[in-house]
Write a protein that binds this ligand. Structure first.
Ligand code: NAI
Length: 326
């Protein structure tokens, strides 16, 4: 398509925004044929950083960029939006309880959901990156009754990519040799990176790795990778998170073919996940829609881990219900 696409990035002045916007400008979000209007939404504290990013976007002289707008007004930011990347969120401050965190984020994602509901294009696709991503996506969706719940997604692609990378390193194969890795549940330490269906060059991965490595190294390494990055880098994952966001949207718009990926999508009750929760699943993108891969056998090891992560999502939903946010 050569019709320009409107892409809104919230938290555009932050570190993920800085990594994301230049690659979106160069065509890595939607493809190298698609021109973009970039809308950068910030709050007063982040406005100057976003303005600076906008100046640098101008200096990139990107042929696909038709306009760059910086705003603090959600209504303006989401008017006519086709792709909404909700990155800006309230981080957990010292001594902040979970209920406070959920409430602070409810005050961001509720109004943003309303603004999307009021003004978005009919084909709008929303990816929530800002944490707690699954529940923030649920809150936004609850405030957008006119938009199908399937359009609200939460990012677990970074966890998925981390799992593939760890597996490829363990097996000394290129990442492209690996398929059918799954991340289930919440984007949190309770997530379950599942390799029981994974293949390497079409062969079952479970033939090549032992359960001990799986339980004591692989799963905790992937689930704790965010903390490892903070320890080593001194700040949280940014370019890898931006890269995963590009992968998620690119696959959603352009399709995955037969390959699987992972995304937080609204549950239809599949695999025992309560309907309406936004939980990570194995997915394929077909005709511009995510489809949950059906009919997989779930062994007892996987069942317990999926259930534990989903229980956390249920608790988060209860908490935001109690606060009147959904
Ligand atoms: P950052 O702190 O560098 O940037 C966040 C930006 O959001 C700030 O500039 C802030 O002013 C802005 N912001 C806050 N509230 C806003 C609002 N209501 N509207 C618009 N902008 C707003 O943070 P960073 O590193 O860019 O991370 C952003 C979020 O992404 C965090 O919540 C982080 O936990 C999450 N994250 C999620 C990952 C995932 O895999 N789902 C991976 C890595 C980070």
């Amino acid at each position: 398509t050569t019709t320009p696409v409107t892409v809104t990035v919230t938290g555009a002045g932050g570190q993920i925004g800085y990594a994301l916007l230049f690659r979106a400008a160069s065509g890595q979000l939607l493809g190298r044929e698609t021109p973009v209007h970039l809308r950068l939404l910030e709050i007063p504290q982040g406005r100057a950083a976003a303005e600076g990013t906008a100046l640098e976007l101008e200096d990139g002289a990107f042929p696909l960029v038709r306009s760059v707008t910086v705003t603090e007004d959600a209504t303006a930011a989401f008017d006519g939006v086709n792709i909404a990347l909700l990155v800006g969120a309230r981080p957990r401050g010292p001594g902040m309880e979970r209920a406070d965190l959920l409430e602070a984020n409810g005050r961001i994602f509720g109004p943003q959901g309303e603004a999307i509901n009021a003004g978005a294009a009919s084909d709008v696709r929303i990816l929530v990156v800002g944490n707690p991503a699954n529940t923030n996506a649920l809150i936004a969706s609850a405030h957008a009754p006119d938009i199908p719940a399937s359009r609200f997604t939460a990012m677990t692609r970074l966890d998925h990519n981390r799992a593939i990378a760890q597996l490829a390193a363990k097996l000394s194969v290129p990442v492209a040799a690996i398929d059918r890795v799954i991340v289930w549940g919440n984007h949190s330490a309770s997530q379950y990176p599942d390799i029981s269906h994974a293949t390497v060059n079409g062969r079952p991965v479970t033939d090549l790795v032992d359960e001990d490595w799986l339980a004591s190294e692989f799963i905790p390494r992937v689930a704790r990778r965010g903390a490892e990055i903070i320890e080593v880098r001194g700040s949280s994952s940014a370019a890898s998170a931006a890269s995963a966001a590009l992968d998620h949207v690119h696959d959603w718009v352009n399709g995955t073919g037969e390959r699987w990926t992972s995304a937080g999508v609204v549950s239809d009750g599949s695999y025992g996940v309560p309907e309406g929760l936004i939980s990570s699943y194995p997915v394929r993108s077909v005709g511009g829609e995510w489809e949950i891969v059906p009919g997989l056998e779930i062994d007892a090891f996987s069942r317990a881990r999926i259930d534990a992560s989903v229980a956390e999502l249920v608790e988060e939903r209860e908490a935001v219900r109690a606060l009147g946010l959904v």
